[in-house]
Design a protein around this ligand. Sequence first.
Ligand code: CUA
Length: 338
Amino acid sequence: MKCLSRLAIPALALSTVAAAQELHPVGNIFNPQGTPAESVYRLSLLVIAVCAAIFLVVAGLLTFTIMRFVRRRNADDNREPAQVYGSNRIEVAWTVIPILIVVVLTMATARAVVTIQNKRVPADALHATVIGHQWWWEIRYPDLGIVTANELHVPVSSVDRPTLTFLRLESADVAHSFWVPQLSGKTDLIPNRINSMWIDPKQEGIFLGNCAEYCGMQHANMLLRVVVQSPGDFEKWAAAQKLKAASDADSARSTFLSLSCISCHTVSGTAAAGTFGPDLSHLMSRATLGSGVIPNTPENLRSWVKDPQAIKPGNLMPNMQLNSRELDQVVAYLGSLK
Ligand code: CUA
């Protein structure tokens, strides 16, 4: 029974990880697409090579010893093999070799960390501030006057036009960690402290990440996307985000503004100016809802507004108990925020 449960727990953990991977396949660290991620990748290859060599030596010696000194059936020789007590040479070897290995790994790691951290930020770098919340990401571009959530847009960094994005990392509540494996290593977001990191994605596309520091019930659903675009597409996106929210749904807007949604959410150019929840000014420009847990479709938006707790239990948006007319109006209004 004990043995069964010992097997069942890792199996369950593996199947849960597999299920989460299917929903949101976090990028592979062995396929780096940016300079910091490449240096993490090279370091990981060194560590794996050293560990593999140690494994082969230990397993090889063990196998050799077992084969060589196994007690043969029908053997008439029952003597023990030679017993060795104390050997200065062997003791020096098993002290010095591990110390050398640790020194090499420490130096290689320190060099990689220092090279990344001491990178001089070029004057034309894009600056973004990422603020961790339970359980979503607030994203601000102070120089561009843009506020969004959960989907970080950045321009691609090509050989003829290297573009670096510098991230300032903060937390609004507890410790979180920003991790997009294909772009960089992890950096924590700590309350009352400003951390930083930089990325230079080499390829256009969507890179998935995850909060990497346990931060409460929905830690696993604190998902993150980095949308890497051509410079032209990024500029188009930024220009659209800079515009004040525009809606053609007038009656729906007045319903939305009469509800307490506005004490937590901002819609630029309206009375909605709350900062506790994600900015909704251009909600329809985002591909997902609830920090990556569901695709942003009209049906999902309706289910989310109706009962966010059913989709992401424990999240800080309450069930607003809207009647069906209010629900229709709120969904129509949010759906008009391009
Ligand atoms: Cu935020 Cu884990």
